[in-house]
Design a protein around this ligand. Sequence first.
Ligand code: SAH
Length: 215
Amino acid sequence: MDRYKKLREWMVETQIVERGIKDKRVIEVMKKIPRHLFVPEDIMDDAYDDRALPIGHGQTISQPYIVALMTELLEVKGDEKVLEIGTGSGYQAAILAELVKEVHTIERIEALAEEARKKFEKLGYKNIKVYIKDGTEGLPQEAPFDRIIITAATPKIPEPLIAQLKEGGIIVAPVGERYSQYMLKAEKKEGKLEEHYLIPVAFVPLIGKYGWQDS
Ligand code: SAH
């Protein structure tokens, strides 16, 4: 068994299963995806640590547990069309691509988007599309979406994203202050979001028209 596969199994056991993630599909996919290929080469050996890691341009790949939690909260079954805001390393998008029909992922930093695109091509993902733009405006040309995941901290759910979510659809996002938030799971019912706030988290900021201002 290769070394990274062993580290991955250890990661899933100690950080994900023990902390209460139950969805079998999520557990299997976290065991499968080579997280070390989504971090800079010089920190590959840290890829399975219990923390977020820097991926350049001041951005981070989320902690494995947080990726598993957000994925589980999305309650995907297999035939969904998903929108992700904040491609970053591409790891979360790859996880989702294994579990749903289509992933549309938006990144505002061109270099990160290009790197992620290359990884998806190398790893053979044909159901992920990467867009370079302000994700707070969503992707009207591909709407509506069954699920939306925001992987950067937002002061509130951007209005365009609510509009682009299907009735009965689920959105998961860290919502709150610029440097501390709560994980939000919300379901769209009669055009409005029914919100459930879960655990405290700390994400890099969502920067854009309906997020934070650049500074
Ligand atoms: N999902 C990523 C983690 C991303 S970190 C992963 O699996 O690695 C958050 C990312 O959101 C950063 O790359 C940041 O550049 C991006 N981001 C911030 N504001 C954005 C916006 N308005 N539109 C698109 N991407 C944004």
